[in-house]
Design a protein around this ligand. Structure first.
Ligand code: ADE
Length: 238
């Protein structure tokens, strides 16, 4: 079974590219898909670029053209939960597209993508990870020793890099969430449409407040490496 692996930016991709063996490349859309093995497991690795449309496009190709039966995103995120620090790892049990919804009073009231209140209402908010996959992941990661802590929780996705303390506090208050990034919600939405499981692994490169862009440049490589390490540990249970 082939596993689809997505990263958004070169710093995230570098660690997995370095581990890829027997690779051959195929260009499609705006990127390159590397088919090969990592630690003996069949994978197709692609850099999507940042944002939900890029991630959705690449996830679609992994599922439909490359026949991947699980898609995993490995990369970095901004931390939202005050209990977390840079370097900690968040594995999503739910992803919410925080920027989808209704614009009112000069801000977004988050609502499920593809729906709007009145027009096509729903009680759903977000995309839950497959419980069986998540159970295998938790078992496999239990007791491993990594520099940061590993937590499971809600990841918020949107087409904005969050560098604002006020918005960070509002999103955390209104939606909860351990981390914020720009692709996971699209990966989950597309995988759900194809009926395949997905996993989003994010190590914190910053805390999404006023220092986020500065911290990102300092910690992105270290955080991307941590996420790739966790992903490689999980390959046997994906
Ligand atoms: N990825 C890493 N840090 C982020 C942030 N602060 N906002 C959105 N995506 C991120």
């Amino acid at each position: 079974m082939t596993i689809g692996l997505i990263c958004a930016i070169p710093q995230e991709l570098a660690h997995l590219r370095a581990a890829l063996a027997d690779a051959h490349s195929e260009a499609a859309a705006h990127t390159v898909f590397d088919t090969g093995t990592i630690d003996g497991y069949d994978v197709v690795l692609a850099g999507s670029g940042m944002g939900k449309v890029n991630a959705a496009l690449v996830t679609t190709l992994l599922a439909d053209r490359f026949g991947c039966r699980t898609v995993v995103f490995s990369g970095v995120a901004g931390g939202l939960d005050p209990k977390l620090s840079i370097g900690d790892v968040v594995v999503a049990d739910l992803v919410i597209q925080h920027d989808a919804g209704v614009l009112e009073d000069e801000r977004v009231r988050t609502y499920q993508p593809g729906h709007a209140p009145i027009i096509n209402p729903t009680d759903r908010l977000g995309y839950p990870a497959d419980p069986e996959l998540l159970a295998r992941v938790k078992e496999r990661l239990a007791g491993i020793s990594v520099p940061g802590q590993i937590v499971y929780g809600t990841v918020l996705s949107g087409d904005q890099y969050l560098n604002c303390e006020t918005t960070r506090e509002r999103l955390r208050r209104e939606l909860g969430g351990q981390a914020i990034e720009m692709e996971g919600g699209a990966v989950a939405q597309v995988c759900e449409a194809f009926g395949i499981p997905w996993l989003v692994i994010r190590a914190l490169s910053d805390l999404a407040g006023g220092n986020a862009l500065f911290d990102f440049t300092t910690f992105v490589d270290q955080a991307a490496a941590a996420s790739a390490t966790i992903l490689r540990r999980l390959l046997p249970v994906l």
